[in-house]
Design a protein around this ligand. Structure first.
Ligand code: ATP
Length: 508
């Protein structure tokens, strides 16, 4: 029997002729056409003096001659400035709005990422009188509602039924940054929360958001923002509420300014990723209008220009020692260490913290932790009080921390996409950075093949001095031995299970 050929997914026709963002150059702010001077000043306050290529290209397709005619799919490397590429045109377009209502929705997969993106909007939107809200479940739902919905003043002591005044409730925000779960909570049960005026929908980290259904948030948002004649309901309100429950977010016809000759603006969609999916069935979920693909260069997978990749080949049992030796080599530089799961993150971190005095502050950053602990850790890392974060993939995608010079893959990433997102925590915004991957012998070939997908044909080997390794043996032995102590915690005993085999390698 002949070899079974892997079925390749056909590329959608519009994906075959992308706009090459790498043909754009940085553009000084004073040369950006139509940029509101108040936004120019806000950007300068952020330390930004010119727009990056992806920002210039998106500006041209939105505020510029493109005039938001097409939905945009932006596939541009990690750290290339995708957040501002959508935040700036949206804020510019909304700067002339007369009435406050929710007009832009940005959806991100994690709370930390949403907080980060909100900060970018918050740095520019107030300059033109716009308000940005957050729906991520960081505070109680009641607190979030009071941030998002403006309630009419009520005479002291008079109780009222919110249903009676629902028509008076207004949005307190023009732009909302949300995670899917909390967004659905507000759609389903927050009185006065409506998507009927929504003009812009941004789906950031698209491939991850499309992979996980999150209570069907996307079909719900698309359904609630459809403009069609049916939204001119001839039915009484009682029918509406019995049919749709509290989903009073039907888009009204003609309530907004016209858009390109139409009586109602189309909902403009912008979807972004450093590893955008090409899968037609996934993209179909977005119901894109005449989509335009924007990519950096011709290759599907791109690593940041100034990223250097290295491999360290070592025996499985010696990896903790190699890791510590490498961390010591890197000295004070901020570093993120990636493992394959939250469990191994926890185990590795526990081991590192029992490694004697390393003079390196190392912290775990994991989805198993409470948000308050994670936020504290991230702040300490940003402030330089912690040098090394140990994490698994889910928590750090899209994370932007200034000064991260190194990324270490303690466990080899399973896919090139994973490598790109991990490595992309360094070498951001045109800065240099290094990504080290610890490999076992049997992984070397697979790793080489994987990196070839990102046009990286040869990854040099990085060797840690054998003297450093030698000097760590005793500390490693005692960490392993303390793990064997029956009086210590289950976690350490678990570690002992993993590392007991290493005993034979230790000096007697
Ligand atoms: N025009 C600019 N000038 C200087 N710095 C910028 C500019 N635009 C963005 N930056 C900075 O570049 C960094 C990366 O930006 P951003 O987080 O938007 O990247 P990204 O493309 O979304 O990356 P990822 O795919 O990893 O999420 C941020 O620290 C941001 O402040």
């Amino acid at each position: 029997m002949g070899e079974v050929k892997k079925k390749s997914i056909p590329i959608l026709p519009w994906m075959r002729s992308p706009i090459d963002v790498s043909l754009c150059e940085n553009c000084p702010l004073n040369l950006v056409p139509c940029l509101d001077p108040r936004l120019e000043a806000a950007l300068e306050n952020m330390g930004i003096s010119s727009l990056f290529p992806v920002q210039v290209a998106v500006w041209q397709e939105t505020v510029g001659p493109g005039a938001f005619e097409r939905d945009l799919c932006i596939n541009s490397p990690t750290g290339s400035g995708k957040t501002l590429s959508y935040a700036l045109p949206i804020v510019q377009m909304l700067s002339t709005r007369a009435v406050k209502c929710l007009r832009a929705l940005v959806v991100l997969p994690t709370r930390d990422l949403a907080l980060q993106v909100k900060e970018v909007f918050a740095a520019i939107a107030p300059a033109v009188g716009l308000t940005v809200g957050l729906a991520v479940g960081q505070s109680s739902i009641a607190d979030e509602i009071s941030e998002l919905i403006k309630r009419p003043k009520v005479e002291a002591g008079i109780c009222y039924d919110p249903d009676d005044i629902a028509y008076e409730l207004q949005s307190s925000v023009d732009i909302l940054v949300a995670t899917p779960g909390r967004l659905m909570d507000h759609i389903n049960s927050t009185k006065g929360f409506t998507l009927e005026h929504l003009c812009y929908l941004v789906v950031d980290e698209t491939d991850r958001l499309l992979r996980e259904a999150y209570q069907s948030w996307l079909p719900t948002v698309l359904q609630l923002t459809q403009s069609n004649d049916e939204s001119l309901f001839p039915y009484p309100n009682s029918f509406l509420s019995s049919t749709f429950g509290s989903l009073k977010t039907m888009r009204k016809f003609g309530v907004e300014r016209g858009f390109k000759g139409k009586s109602h603006p189309r909902l403009v969609k912008m979807v972004l990723s450093a590893t955008l999916t090409q899968d037609p069935s996934k993209l179909a979920q977005l119901s894109l209008h005449h989509p335009l693909l924007m990519t950096m260069g011709k290759k599907r997978y791109q690593l940041p220009e100034k990223l250097e990749s290295f491999k360290l080949v070592c025996e499985s049992k010696l990896r903790p020692m190699y890791l510590v030796a490498l961390l010591q080599e890197l000295g004070e530089e901020k570093c993120i260490v990636f493992t394959s799961s939250t469990e191994s993150t926890h185990r590795l971190c526990t081991l590192l913290n029992h490694f004697g005095d390393l003079s390196i502050r190392i912290k775990e950053y994991s989805g198993l932790q409470r948000q308050s602990i994670r936020s504290k850790t991230l702040k300490a890392f940003r402030d330089g009080k912690v040098q090394v974060l140990v994490s698994s993939d889910a928590m750090t995608r899209g994370m932007d921390v200034e000064g991260v010079r190194n990324v270490i893959n303690y466990d080899m990433p399973p896919y090139i996409k994973t490598y790109i997102h991990r490595a992309g925590r360094t070498a951001r915004a045109g800065q240099a950075g290094r990504c080290f991957t610890l490999l076992r012998n049997h992984e070397v070939k697979r790793f080489k093949k994987m990196l070839q997908k990102a046009d990286n044909d040869s990854v040099p080997e990085y060797s840690v001095p054998s003297s450093s390794l030698e000097s760590l043996r005793a500390a490693y032995k005692s960490a392993v031995e303390s793990a064997a102590n029956p009086n210590i915690s289950t976690t350490l005993r678990h570690l002992w299970g993993s590392f007991a085999a290493f005993h034979s390698l230790l000096p007697s």
